[in-house]
Write a protein that binds this ligand. Structure first.
Ligand code: COS
Length: 379
C-alpha cells in the first residue's frame, strides 16, 4: 500500500522521536522495569496519545493507518513504549470517543490526548481471560449511581490512568456474555485500588497490574453506551486493539531484523561476511518475507477499518501473523548474532522477550484462530 503524504510525515516524525528519545533508554528501562513517565508525556506533546481522538476533544483525529504506523515505529525502538501507546489509544481513548456521550468525551478525552493522564481498559479477570464473557465483577444500580465490586487482572497503564473503562455484570440473571455493561471509572473514586505492578518476562517497563473494586460508586452518567450491551462494545474495542498489537509486533520484528541484517554484513567468519553464506542469506530472506506479509495484512485491516467496512477477521489475521512473525524474526535474529544475540549487549534478546506478549495479549494466537475460523465457517 502506498502511504499518503500525511501518513509518511507522521511515520517519519515517530521514527525520529523513537530513534532519538526511546532507543537510547530502551535497554535501561527494560532492566529496571521502570515506567518511562517523562517520555510517555513527550509522546503526549507530539500528539501520539490523542491519535484517534477527534480534534474537537484535543486529539489529532488521524486515520487508523497513521496510528498503526506510529505504534510500529515506536515499538521498533522500544516495545514497552509501543504497548503503553497502543493500549491507551485503542483500548482507552477509542471506546470513549466512539461510544461516549458528549459530556463523557469532554471530560475524559482532552486530558488523555494531552498526556496529562492515561486512559485504560479493565476487562480481564482471573476467571475471564480468553472467555471474556465470564466477567464476575458486578455493578448494581443504587438510585442515580452504580456500585461496582470485583477484581481485574493484567490491566495495562493502570497506575498512570486518570480513568479506566471497566466491564461488569449488570443483569445477574443473564447467561454467558449477556448482561454485561461498560463504565468509565475515574481512578480517584473511593474503593478503587491499583495493586502492585507485575514483574514480567518482557514489556517490562510497561505498567501491568491487578485492580480491586470495593463498593466503587459512580454516577449513571459514567455508564458507557447502553446498559447490558458491554460485551459487544469490548469485542469491537478488541477488534481495533488487535490492529494495535499487530503494529507492536511488526515494529519489534522490524527492529530485530534490522539489527540482524546489519550485523550479518559486518560480522566476518572464515574470511568473509556471514551474510555471504547462504545459511544466513536465507534466514534474512525468510525474515524479510514474513515481515512484508505481516505489514500487508496490517495495512489491509487498517484500510477496511478506515473505510468503515467489517475488519474484525482481517485484524485477527494481522495480529496472528504479526505476533508469530515477531517470534520467528526475533528468534532468528538471536541466531544470526550467535553468542552476542544471547546477551544484553544487543537489543534482540529484549525484543524476543517483548514479542512473546504479542502472542498472548488482546487475545491469544489461539483466540485469533477461533475468530478467523468462525468467520470462514459461517460464510
Ligand atoms: N463485534 C461485535 N459483536 C460481537 C463480536 C465483535 N467482534 N464478537 C462477538 N460479538 C457478539 C456476537 O454477535 C454475539 O451477539 P448476540 O448474543 O447478539 O448473538 C455476542 O457478541 C456473543 O458472541 P459469541 O457467542 O461469539 O461469544 P463467545 O463467548 O463465544 O466469545 C470470543 C467469542 C472467544 C471470540 C471472545 O470471547 C474473545 O474474543 N475472547 C478473547 C478475549 C480477549 O481478547 N481477551 C484479552 C483482553 S486483553 S485487553
Amino acid at each position: 500500500m502506498l502511504l499518503n503524504e500525511n501518513q509518511e510525515m507522521i511515520r517519519l516524525m515517530a521514527r525520529d522521536f523513537a530513534n532519538s528519545r526511546l532507543a537510547p533508554i530502551a535497554a535501561e528501562i527494560d532492566a529496571t522495569a521502570e515506567f518511562p513517565e517523562a517520555t510517555v508525556k513527550e509522546m503526549g506533546s507530539l500528539g501520539f496519545l490523542g491519535l484517534m481522538v477527534p480534534e474537537e476533544y484535543g486529539g489529532v483525529g488521524a486515520d487508523i493507518t497513521s496510528y498503526a504506523l506510529v505504534v510500529e515505529e515506536i515499538s521498533r525502538a522500544c516495545g514497552s513504549h509501543g504497548l503503553t501507546l497502543a493500549a491507551h489509544n485503542s483500548l482507552g481513548c477509542w471506546p470513549v470517543a466512539t461510544l461516549g456521550t458528549e459530556e463523557q468525551k469532554k471530560k475524559f478525552l482532552p486530558p488523555a490526548a494531552a498526556g496529562e493522564s492515561l486512559l485504560s481498559f479493565g476487562l480481564t479477570e482471573a476467571g475471564a481471560g480468553s472467555d471474556a464473557g465470564g466477567t464476575r465483577t458486578t455493578a448494581v444500580r443504587d438510585g442515580d449511581d452504580w456500585v461496582l465490586n470485583g477484581t481485574k487482572m493484567w490491566i495495562t497503564n493502570s497506575h498512570y490512568a486518570g480513568a479506566l473503562i471497566i466491564t461488569a455484570k449488570t443483569d445477574m440473571e443473564a447467561k454467558g456474555s449477556a448482561g454485561i455493561s461498560a463504565f468509565i471509572v475515574p481512578t480517584d473514586t473511593p474503593g478503587f485500588t491499583v495493586e502492585k505492578k507485575e514483574d514480567k518476562l518482557g514489556m517490562r517497563a510497561s505498567d501491568t497490574a491487578p485492580l480491586t473494586l470495593e463498593d466503587v460508586r459512580i454516577p449513571n452518567a459514567y455508564l458507557l453506551g447502553k446498559e447490558n450491551e458491554g460485551f459487544k462494545y469490548f469485542m469491537q474495542t478488541l477488534d481495533g486493539g488487535r490492529i494495535s498489537i499487530a503494529a507492536v509486533a511488526l515494529g519489534l520484528a522490524v527492529g530485530a531484523f534490522e539489527v540482524a541484517r546489519d550485523y550479518s554484513n559486518e560480522r566476518h567468519q572464515f574470511g568473509r561476511s556471514i551474510s555471504s553464506f547462504q545459511a544466513i542469506e536465507f534466514m534474512i530472506a525468510d525474515m524479510a518475507t514474513q515481515i512484508e506479509a505481516s505489514r500487508q495484512l496490517m495495512y489491509e485491516a487498517c484500510r477496511l477499518k478506515d473505510a468503515g467496512e467489517p475488519f474484525g477477521q482481517m485484524a485477527a489475521m494481522a495480529k496472528l501473523h504479526s505476533s508469530e512473525t515477531a517470534m520467528f524474526v526475533t528468534d532468528k535474529a538471536i541466531q544470526v548474532l550467535g553468542g552476542y544475540g544471547f546477551t544484553r549487549e544487543y537489543p534482540v534478546e529484549r525484543m524476543y522477550r517483548d514479542a512473546k506478549l504479542c502472542t498472548i495479549g488482546e487475545g491469544t494466537s489461539e483466540i485469533q484462530r477461533m475468530v478467523i475460523g468462525r468467520h470462514e465457517l459461517k460464510a
